[in-house]
Write a protein that binds this ligand. Structure first.
Ligand SMILES: C[S@@+](CC[C@H](N)C(=O)[O-])C[C@H]1O[C@@H](n2cnc3c(N)ncnc32)[C@H](O)[C@@H]1O
Length: 299
């Protein structure tokens, strides 16, 4: 069944609002195009180095992350899959090609990304992928209708360190037995227990990437259990993403130099992205406080 039938009254907003009083939407509207510098396919996440030579190509690592995520969902032909915070639909474009009989629906709260994603999907003539405007904390999707849902570096944008709202929504829309995967950066202890140096970098990254907080690994696992998810598997993959994270500060520097020579005027959100990209690598070194995880679960 086509997934569109399960989306209640799709609300697609097409106006490009900036300075919208929503720092997250402003951030992704202004800094969104910069991600092409990171990934020609607009992958807005870190990469996964699995094979020895993966680390030589950033794009290969980024696509590998999509592969790892989709594999964890154990997709079957005819399945309906929802991407909670799809960015420019890089994962669902990758998935729609690899699994041509599976239906992918991306949800994003950034109106600009809806249009741009749809353009990228149309360019590939993918009939089994689409993107709609929506809030993953309040999804316009019927309960118990979706086979798999995931959030790749997106659920961190939700309120609180347990990210309860999108996790509850994911559970609600999934069919019994449906699979859920969340991949993101996490804090391993409460913010108040971070050292001053780590806390300083952590706050800088949060502010500049429009994150209220990182998810806390213990709280998220507890939350998943409380909601009713079962077969929860937690996999720390910090070392797998490290080779791609190394690219972030260097690329930020190249971006800055290129912007200077091409006369590109950087706006506040472009600077924010640069500052966070530069800092995230150094923050990631503090492995007792920060880690990158893949969490999979079943309804
Ligand atoms: C870092 S990007 C990751 C995008 C994509 N998952 C990827 O890996 O390429 C975070 C995404 O989460 C989306 N997002 C943040 N909060 C959201 C919300 N409440 N509802 C829907 N999307 C949200 C943003 O619009 C953005 O597209």
């Amino acid at each position: 069944m086509n997934i569109t039938a399960k989306i209640l009254n799709p609300r697609v907003k097409t106006n490009h609002r900036t300075e919208s009083n929503n720092s997250l939407v402003d951030y992704y509207t202004e800094a969104g195009p910069d991600y092409e510098f990171w990934s020609k396919n607009f992958n807005m996440h870190f990469g996964y180095a699995e094979k020895r030579w993966d680390c030589l190509s950033r794009e290969k690592m980024l696509q590998r992350m999509n592969e790892v995520l989709l594999k964890s969902l154990e997709l079957k032909p005819g399945n309906d899959v929802v991407d909670l915070g799809c960015g420019l639909a890089a994962t669902i474009r990758y998935g729609a090609r690899k699994y041509p009989k599976t239906f992918f629906k991306g949800i994003t709260i950034t109106p600009w990304q809806v249009e741009k994603s749809q353009e990228l999907i149309n360019r590939l003539n993918l009939k089994n992928a689409s993107v709609v405007y929506g809030d993953y904390a309040n999804l316009n999707i019927q309960s118990d209708t979706i086979d798999a849902a995931f959030g790749l570096e997106s659920i961190s944008h939700a309120e609180g360190t347990n990210k309860t709202k999108p996790l509850n929504e994911a559970f609600r829309i999934l069919k019994p037995g449906g699979r859920f995967t969340m991949i993101d950066g996490f804090i391993k202890k409460p913010e108040r227990e971070l050292s001053n140096a780590v806390k300083g970098m952590y706050r800088l990254v949060c502010q500049n990437w429009a994150l209220p907080s990182f998810p806390n690994i213990n709280e998220v696992v507890y939350e998943l259990k409380s909601i009713g998810f079962r077969e929860i598997e937690v996999d720390e993959i910090s070392w797998k993403i490290a080779p791609s994270a190394v690219h972030a500060p260097f690329l930020s520097l190249f971006f800055l130099i290129k912007s200077f020579f091409t006369g590109k005027k950087l706006k506040r959100q472009n600077w924010n992205n640069l500052k966070a990209c530069f800092t995230i690598f150094f923050l990631g070194i503090f492995r007792k406080s920060i880690g990158y995880y893949k969490i999979s679960a079943k309804k």
